[in-house]
Design a protein around this ligand. Structure first.
Ligand code: PLP
Length: 410
């Protein structure tokens, strides 16, 4: 029910901030690309044809038949040991060397963000984010009414020296730094290795906790070059970084399964908070994913490698279409992986106006402004996702977008 039609007595029960532009953008079915002949460049949906339906069916059936009585009662707040071992083993291959005791299984990484907020934030505390950042994170901390210290991002990720300078100048004591170092949502850029190391030094100097959100790190496009290692894998990160990973993008977001890697005290605190939220993540689902990973007829690693190829072709289609449709007064990022790219429109063209005009043309995109926690940027920008549209639809969608921009430019 929209605010306009909600009865006054009902509105009076809700906290302030229960309605926000970002929430309206992400909750509208149209904006995430559900609708007749609507091309969806809005939400961060994986390619729907990539969902491993038959392997999931086998995995769930095995979980019920072989393990039902063990996994259907209430379970462990930390998560199934077998799944935590799978997570630790897979992360080891990316240089994050942890045991199963450091893993907490989550009902989506959004839950991880929420739990981190619950265990660290007092009312009005400060959080450092990138600008722009993933707007979905902000709603997970809404209740604690945090302040945001936002640090700009360039093509090499967060300007970490600007963070250092801010902390020196302002005496601010942020509770944590939230960032997406790899194929960032919304811009698609990655933090360089040099800046990752420097960020850890800055965190050491100012005694900061870092939250590394990494849903897209396994979708890199340059097979020739080594992917940049996660922040959590670098020396000095063990005690300072909480790492969040998810099965949403590599399997399917509807199954709601993710994990945190945290230092021992944090593991205990996260579990305590989780008991107050949902007690534990669906154990049947956890067991099914263990079966899926062990399935001899399904190879998760080649499934992810196929995803890398698929998303690279889609990124290329979008970059080519942008190149041949827009002129040099419009600029965009060239992501090396992940699902998103960021467009800076010519000066004076409102991203929000373009979103409405583009929707009328049949293409859904998000306005850049919703990715700025303090509402102070992105007004002439857009975020586009290329993950869930075929190259043909991408070309068509960019033409529609161009018509939307032309309608606004007049
Ligand atoms: C940066 C980022 N973090 C977290 C999430 C949510 O992940 P999950 O489905 O695991 O809750 C998303 C989903 O789009 C995301 O882009």
């Amino acid at each position: 029910m929209s605010h306009a039609t909600r009865p006054a007595w009902f509105a009076s029960w809700l906290i302030d901030g229960a309605d926000s532009a970002a929430d309206r953008a992400v909750s509208s079915p149209a904006s995430i690309g559900v609708g007749a002949d609507l091309i969806g460049f809005g939400g961060g949906q994986p390619a729907s044809e990539s969902y491993p339906l038959e392997p999931l069916e086998r995995a769930f059936s095995r979980a019920i038949l072989e393990n039902g009585r063990a996994v259907l009662p209430y379970g462990s707040s930390q998560g199934l040991l077998a799944l935590r071992e799978v997570v630790a083993e897979r992360l080891g291959r990316r240089g994050v060397n942890v045991g199963a005791e450091s893993v907490v299984i989550l009902t989506g990484s959004l839950q991880g963000l929420h739990l981190i907020g619950r265990i660290t934030l007092d009312h009005g505390d400060t959080i450092v984010t990138e600008a722009p950042t993933f707007m979905g994170a902000l709603s997970t901390w809404e209740h604690q009414r945090p302040r945001y210290l936002t640090i700009p991002v360039d093509e090499h990720g967060m300007l970490v020296e600007a963070l250092d300078q801010h902390l020196r100048d302002s005496q601010a004591r942020p509770k944590f730094v939230y960032l997406l170092p790899t194929f960032q949502n919304p811009s698609g850029v990655s933090l360089t290795l040099e800046r990752r190391k420097r960020l850890l030094e800055i965190a050491q100097e100012h005694d900061l906790l870092i939250v590394e959100d990494d849903p897209y790190g396994e979708f890199w496009f340059d097979e020739g070059t080594e992917p940049i290692p996660p922040l959590r894998s670098l020396p000095g990160a063990e005690e300072r970084v909480i790492y969040l990973g998810t099965f949403s993008k590599i399997l399917a977001p509807g199954i709601r399964l993710a994990y945190a890697i945290a230092p021992p005290d944090m593991v205990q605190a996260l579990m305590r908070a989780k008991r107050g939220v949902d007690f534990h993540t669906d154990t049947l689902l956890q067991q099914a994913v263990v079966h899926l990973v062990r399935d001899r007829d399904f190879d998760l690693e080649s499934h992810i490698a196929d995803g890398r190829g698929l998303y690279k072709r889609r990124r290329d289609a979008m970059l080519d279409a942008l190149e041949s449709t827009f002129s040099s007064d419009t600029r965009w990022t060239r992501p090396g992986g992940g699902f998103f790219l960021w467009i800076d429109l010519p000066r004076g063209i409102s991203g929000e106006a373009v979103v409405s005009a583009a929707m009328a043309e049949g293409v859904a995109v998000f306005p850049g402004s919703i990715f700025y926690p303090n509402g102070d940027g992105g007004s002439n920008a857009l975020r586009l996702s290329y993950s869930n549209a075929t190259p043909d639809r991408i070309r068509q969608g960019i033409e529609r977008l161009k018509r939307g921009v032309s309608a606004v430019a007049g």
